[in-house]
Design a protein around this ligand. Structure first.
Ligand SMILES: [Zn+2]
Ligand SMILES: [Zn+2]
Length: 122
């Protein structure tokens, strides 16, 4: 085990606390689990030079929350569609680019969304 401090946005920290209380585990275990899942999801992106093709889904308040990201990463976005689900905007991107670029795009979309998931296809 190795200890290090991390800073989390308040809502994220509160969500970690409530999951820990619900499951009867420590906050560290919740965070370790989440980080483990993140590392596993990245395994395919380990090669910095690989070409990644995948689908990025994001649920946001409005498509305009994402429009600057779309503009900045347009060479990596093959197509996207946007629909409304339960009063929110669901944007589905088909993405192709080098691993780190796709990762940056996915992080930027994630910061501006309620939920975002990147699913690598190859
Ligand atoms: Zn990849
Ligand atoms: Zn919309």
């Amino acid at each position: 085990m190795k200890r290090f401090g991390v800073s989390l946005p308040k809502e994220v920290a509160e969500a970690v606390e409530s999951i820990a209380a619900e499951l009867g585990v420590t906050r560290s275990e919740v965070v370790a689990n989440a980080v483990q899942a993140y590392l596993e999801s990245r395994r395919g992106h380990a090669e910095p030079s690989h070409q990644c093709l995948g689908v990025l889904m994001a649920l946001s308040n409005s498509f305009s929350d994402l429009s600057d990201v779309v503009e900045r990463h347009k060479e990596a976005i093959l197509a996207y569609t946007h629909l409304h689900v339960e009063g929110k905007c669901l944007t589905i991107f088909v993405v192709r680019g080098d691993g780190p670029q796709v990762e940056r795009l996915s992080m930027e979309v994630s910061k501006r969304s309620h939920t975002a998931r990147y699913v690598p296809l190859v």
